[in-house]
Design a protein around this ligand. Structure first.
Ligand code: ADP
Ligand code: MG
Length: 613
């Protein structure tokens, strides 16, 4: 097969499209700057237009040969400084969507092809040099020998070409080294269907694209798919692991918008926002299969809409994210609530504090078992940046997370300083946590606060804390039992309906289904939330402000001195955040008295349960 690609064609391409860049690099080289040089090629805007896109196609299918040609082509180009552009790396960005592959869809057919994947950075290793060409000196006659390195294990010369001796000394300072780093990319949490485990893939980076991403960053990686036999040395297996040899990284704007809201959607959203019963409708759309808990569901609704983050004149940042804790007896549907929120909230990450194999809640720096490098791995709160972290059994979290959680919840960053790793990761997320009482069940005769296995400082970082006790109550129990039985029956019927699918059965069921089906369709609710967060930034009216101050002062003077959750200015901030969220639900730019009253009622509930006994 003959290919168009050749160093000369590439010379023509670079000379035509990238003359300015070539001159810039040449200028640096002429002033003695010897660092590695990258030249970025925009595939969609340039390469795809050159020679009818043939060169681009060849790059996708035969990247090894084509990138080598491109590299050689660069060294053939002319520039105003008249220096030779050796060792420049062509890096390709902005690939067509047809080259975009989901991590879970990577297959044998992709091996050795140039592709593009998108995801969130889960892990990064420290940046360390790697030997590309090793220099040795013969210990017998002093002859120098150079060996090109391709495997992960260093290759030494077989024998000295001059004296046939087999003893050599390695010369690091005369070897050619390149910076290297391994990172792990994981699928976006929001693209997973309920309960699916995210898949991930390793990416190997070299040169000036090392050390530029942090765990939690959202990136596009362009590169060549490679396969490695599993196992080591003699024990190599026929089964392969896939990884990507990264050619370029595009770091995405964190704020990018994942939903498209059409004019039609917008009309429905505005209509809903004017509905007098909007709060009730939203409450009824959150976990309809779970009976009761209207206050908790309202709190969750407020959390989904969120307050407005602020930057004060002195540079201090105040979070808009609302943190909620549910503490309760076993079997009161805490886990179910969390799972439901995971299903409807965009960018949510579900984890349990107990999990020992995961990276935990915040971040971990550990030595890699394979190559001994320090690795920084993002925990749930980093992966949930700009979303909601759902943490079940938060009382059982690891000790390292306990201390890091303070910073994560208030400053919304996580600082890691350990060995070769020094990073500040972003964790701008809301936290919805669930915990069991210290001894499994609440003891009715001792104070509730003493039975929660979280420090007071950590508890004070939650905007709302709900206590769920499981006391027998015949009236409620009957209603609950009826509700659960009805949901189960409907579940069975729906299962059957999938097979029967007669229009008649469907219609007769519709009435019943209404009772346990969300009032607002989850897709529309997600769009509603996204729309509100994007466009509504409510401010306090005078009336609302007065009421907030009055309530706060009253709460402080009433709070018992030994109160487990001291009333501090934190609660004032919580109040404002919650009131902002309440106004957002109506898509209102003004925080009215009604918002403050709604929020006060729910804060009182939360405080009563926790503080008063
Ligand atoms: P927890 O995490 O609080 O220990 P789970 O979420 O595992 O409890 O709930 C246990 C079971 O009880 C679940 O199947 C849940 O659906 C059911 N359940 C408990 N309370 C309710 C309720 N109020 N409405 C509907 N189902 C409930
Ligand atoms: Mg549970």
């Amino acid at each position: 097969m003959t290919m168009l690609s050749s160093p000369n064609v590439w010379r023509e391409f670079f000379q035509n499209y990238y003359e300015r860049e070539l001159n810039k690099i040449a200028g640096k080289i002429s002033t003695g700057d010897g660092t590695e040089k990258s030249i970025y090629v925009d595939v969609l805007s340039h390469l795809a237009l050159f020679r009818e896109g043939v060169l681009a196609e060849e790059l996708f299918n035969y990247p090894d040969q084509v990138i080598e040609d491109a590299k050689n082509g660069i060294s053939l180009t002319d520039n105003i400084y008249d220096v030779k552009l050796e060792n420049c790396t062509p890096r390709f960005v902005n690939l067509p969507v047809s080259r975009r592959t989901l991590i879970r869809d990577l297959r044998a057919e992709h091996i050795s092809r140039f592709i593009s994947i998108e995801g969130i950075v889960r892990k990064v290793t420290e940046v360390r040099p790697k030997i590309v060409e090793a220099a040795f000196v013969c210990s017998h006659c002093g002859k120098k020998v150079r060996v090109y390195q391709e495997e992960s294990k260093i290759k030494t010369p077989y024998e000295c070409p001059a004296c046939k001796s087999k003893r050599f000394v390695f010369l690091p300072e005369e070897s050619v080294l390149v910076d290297s780093q391994r990172i792990k990319i994981q699928e976006y949490p929001e693209n997973l269907k309920g309960g699916e485990q995210p898949q991930s893939i390793d990416v190997y980076l070299e040169g000036d694209i090392t050390g530029i991403v942090n765990p939690g960053d959202r990136v596009v990686i362009n590169g060549i798919v490679r396969a490695n036999p599993r196992g080591q040395g003699q024990k190599k297996l026929v089964h392969m692991d896939l990884y990507i040899e990264g050619n370029s990284i595009e770091i995405l704007q964190q704020e990018y918008e994942e939903f498209e809201i059409t004019e039609e959607d917008k009309k429905r959203i505005l209509e809903l926002s004017e509905d007098e019963r909007i709060y009730e409708k939203i409450i009824k759309s959150i976990a309809p299969s779970i009976y009761g808990y209207e206050d908790i569901k309202l709190a969750i609704a407020l959390q989904l809409f969120g307050g407005v983050p602020k930057r004060l004149p002195d540079g201090t940042e105040i979070r808009g994210d609302i943190h909620i804790l549910l503490v309760g007896d076993p079997g009161v549907a805490k886990s179910q609530l969390l799972r439901y929120v995971h299903r409807i909230a965009p960018r949510s990450v579900y984890t349990t504090g107990k999990g020992t194999t995961t990276a935990g809640l915040t971040a971990t720096a550990v030595r890699d078992e394979v190559d001994g490098r320090w690795t920084l791995e993002a925990g749930a709160l980093v992966l949930a940046d700009k979303g909601i972290a759902l943490v079940d059994e938060i009382d059982k979290m690891r000790p390292e997370d306990r201390s890091a959680l303070h910073e994560a919840m208030e400053q919304q960053t996580i600082s890691v300083a350990k060995a070769g790793i020094n990073a500040v990761l972003k964790a701008r997320c809301a936290l919805l946590g669930a915990a069991n009482p210290k001894y499994g069940r609440f003891d009715r005769y001792s104070p509730i606060a003493e039975q929660i296995n979280l420090s007071p400082t950590l508890m004070s970082r939650f905007d709302l804390i709900f206590v769920l006790t499981d006391d027998p109550d015949p009236a409620r129990d009957t209603e609950l039992a009826k509700h659960i039985l009805q949901t189960h029956k409907l579940g069975e019927k729906l299962e059957k309906m999938r097979n029967v699918a007669s229009e008649y059965t469907r219609q007769s069921l519709e009435g019943e289904i209404q009772k346990v089906v969300p009032v607002i369709d989850p897709d529309l609710l997600r769009k509603y939330i996204a729309y509100a967060k994007r466009t509504v930034f409510p401010v306090l009216t005078d009336e609302a402000e007065k009421r907030i101050i009055e309530f706060y002062v009253g709460m402080r003077s009433k709070a018992k001195e030994d109160s487990p959750v001291p009333v501090t200015a934190r609660q004032l901030e919580a109040l404002i955040r919650l009131a902002e969220a309440s106004a957002r639900i109506r898509l209102s730019d003004r925080i009215e008295l009604e918002d403050v009253e709604r929020v006060i009622r729910i804060i009182r509930k939360s405080l009563e349960q926790i503080a008063l006994d």
